[in-house]
Design a protein around this ligand. Sequence first.
Ligand code: NCD
Length: 305
Amino acid sequence: LWKFRDVISILDYTRDELEHLFSVTDVILERSLDVGKPLDGKIVATAFIEPSTRTRLSFETAAKRLGAEVINLEPHLSSMTKGESLTDTLRMLDDYANLIVIRSPYEGSAKHAADVCEHPVINGGDGTQHHPTQAMIDLYTIRKLKGRIDGLEVGVLGDLKYGRAAASFIYGLTKFNVKRIWLISPEPLSPRPELMDRLKRMNVDFVKTENLEEAVEDLDILYVTRIQKERFPDPAEYEKLRGSYVITKKLLSRASEDLKVLHPLPRVDELSNDVDDTPYQAYFIQAKLGVPVRMALIGLVLGVF
Ligand code: NCD
C-alpha cells in the first residue's frame, strides 16, 4: 500500500503497486489534471540540494494542482550556508510540511531523510543509483505510448554507471517481463555490479554492448542518457568519454518506425535536436507526463486517492 509510505527506491514496489499508480495516473489524465483540490490545507516541502528543473518544478506543479501549498528550501539562501546540517534542516521541514521531497548528490540521503522525518519522504534522486519517481514516469510513458511494457526490446544508452535515472529505469524494467534489455555504454560506464547481479538473478535476457548499431534495428524503446560529468572522480576521464554517442535522425533511419526515444533530460550533446520533429521523439511527452504521475504519487502517499 502507498499511504504514508516513504518513496526511496523503485525496487520497493511490486508490479501491482506500480500498475495501481498507473491507473490513478490514467484517471488524472482523463480529467485533464483537474481532480479538485484534495490536498487543500496541506503543505509539501521540496529540499533540493542539487540542481533540478523538471523534477522540482513538476513536483511543485503536481502538488499545487492537487491544492497543496509548496515551500522550497533554497539551499544557497538557507542556513546550510552557515554550516547547518542537512539533518537539522530536514527536522525543520518535517515540522512545517506534510510531505518532503528531497534531492541530493549523496547516496542514501533519501533513506536518511525518511529516518529523520515523521512525515513521508519522496526521493527526487540521491546519488547515482536511485531516482524512483523518474522510473515511474518512464514506465508509465512506455505503457501509454506502447500499450504495454511486457514483451518489448528496450535499449538503455549512455552513462549506466553514474546515471541514477538509467539505473532506476533498469531496476523498474525488472518488475515487468520485457523481451530483452540492451545495455549500451562505453565499457568504463557499464552498470554497477549490484545492478548486473539483479538482472542475472531475475533471469532478464540482456545484452551488454558498446555499439548501438548492433541493437538499433530490434529496439522498441531507446532510453538515452547524459554522461554524468559531475559524478566523475577524474575530469580527464569524462573528457575521454564525452561524445561517445550522438543520437541523430540519420542514425535512427535503420530503426523500426515505431521506435520511441526516451530521455530523462537534461540532454547535452548525446541527443541531436534533429530527432525532435520525428515520430521517434517521446522525451518531451515523458517530461510532460511527469506532472500527472507525480500527482498520482503525492495523492497516494498522502492518502487522498
Ligand atoms: C536526471 C537526474 O537528475 O538524475 N534528471 C531528471 O531528474 N530528469 C538525469 C540527469 O541529470 O542526467
